[in-house]
Design a binder for this molecule. Structure first.
Ligand SMILES: CC(C)(COP(=O)(O)OP(=O)(O)OC[C@H]1O[C@@H](n2cnc3c(N)ncnc32)[C@H](O)[C@@H]1OP(=O)(O)O)[C@@H](O)C(=O)NCCC(=O)NCCS
Length: 138
């Protein structure tokens, strides 16, 4: 694990990048995301007892949408309900945002209104709609 940020909001909570298979598999199991590839980037919120409180997963996008070339696709962003509205989601999202020029992600009926508001505020725009699935680009 590589520590990216420590003592978030003065709490004993860190953002770390998961590097080994065991840690990534534990994350995927806890958040029920078995289909995500292990070679994506996994950056997670972790407390002092090594509990995962949320995370972001992003990586290369294999199927570019016509006319758009994202550097990365965000496949997963989630914060446990009791840790929401404290700025952690935005902190996680800011990591790829500060590193890559163009980012895409998808939202569906499972995505919260709060997430959609956050993406709009950051400057993401909808570039394609496929049923309930929306493709966003920034
Ligand atoms: C989306 C999610 C990751 C956001 O995480 P979070 O830590 O609660 O978000 P933050 O506290 O960083 O807030 C980010 C923005 O949301 C908005 N926000 C924050 N608190 C809010 C509140 N109480 N009410 C409404 N909007 C709020 C603000 O726009 C805020 O930006 P600002 O700080 O510039 O005002 C989280 O709500 C979540 O896990 N949702 C369920 C899963 C999901 O929908 N994921 C996205 C899949 S596409």
């Amino acid at each position: 694990m590589k520590i990216l940020e420590d003592y978030l909001n003065g709490l004993d909570i860190k953002i770390v990048e998961l590097k080994n298979k065991e840690d990534i598999d534990k994350f995927k199991k806890q958040f029920e995301v078995p289909k995500l590839k292990n070679d994506y980037t996994y950056q997670v919120l972790i407390d002092k007892d090594n509990n995962y409180l949320g995370g972001i997963v992003y990586g290369k996008y294999e199927n570019p949408i016509e006319g758009f070339k994202p550097d990365v696709w965000i496949y997963f962003l989630f914060i446990l309900p009791e840790y929401r509205h404290k700025g952690f989601g935005k902190k996680l999202l800011n990591i790829p945002l500060s590193k890559y020029e163009h980012i895409s992600l998808g939202t569906d009926k499972e995505s919260s209104e709060h997430a959609i508001m956050m993406y709009r505020k950051i400057g993401f725009k909808i570039i394609k709609v496929d049923g309930k699935y929306k493709y966003w680009f920034k």
